[in-house]
Design a protein around this ligand. Sequence first.
Ligand code: FPP
Length: 240
Amino acid sequence: MATKEIPKHIGIIMDGNGRWAKKRLLPRVLGHKQGAKALDNLLHSAKGLGVEHITVYAFSTENWKRAEEEVSGIMGILRDYINKYFREYADSDFRVDSVGDLSALSEDLQRDIEALKEASKDKKGIHLTIAMNYGGRDEITRAVKKIAQEVKNGNIDVNDINEDMISQNLDSAGTPDPELIIRTSGEFRTSNFLLWQSAYSEYYITDKLWPDFNIDDFKDAINSYMKRDRRFGGRNEVVK
Ligand code: FPP
């Protein structure tokens, strides 16, 4: 039986900005800039579809290895993006959030992100989570440390640790797991994105480069998901 419900949470690996720029003989940072525009357009067009949570991979724990110029370019785009939302937040209904270890980001960026989270926390529109300095393994490691500390302090017993407790100690605590993860630019990798949360997510891979990805592509991904069989490791008893 095909899944009929629209996914409530969609994760997006926005890949291909560099290739988009290279094809046009432009610097990579301009590809990321165009990627930020594509995200903005998509978020505004996605209102009303019924998708409640969108998590986008903006900067991974591994992305620090890129050239300094590219890293500072992406940080500048993130800063502009957060500020743009801040200027618009009173009129906009997005709830903005983050996952990832923000402590490695510049202090002003950390402050702006925290202020935007606080200012938008009661908004009822799409819950947008930006993954910044994010790695799934890093997130799980930090959750394990928090839980170990609780055991050490005598607040919980080792036998109390269960999957739910681990979920509740991740950065994404309180947000349902994504039913669908979209990856652009044709790569078949998870790249350390939402490792714990994506245990049963459906993947949708498209060859489109992220700056070219638009609302029609987003709807194609959702339609593909809605036709799939989700069995969560069990068996589908319906004879087709
Ligand atoms: C992957 O493309 C993309 C990134 C590492 C950064 C994504 C950032 C943005 C879309 C802009 C800022 C984000 C927000 C939330 C405003 P790539 O550089 O790996 O592309 P390539 O594989 O073609 O080289």
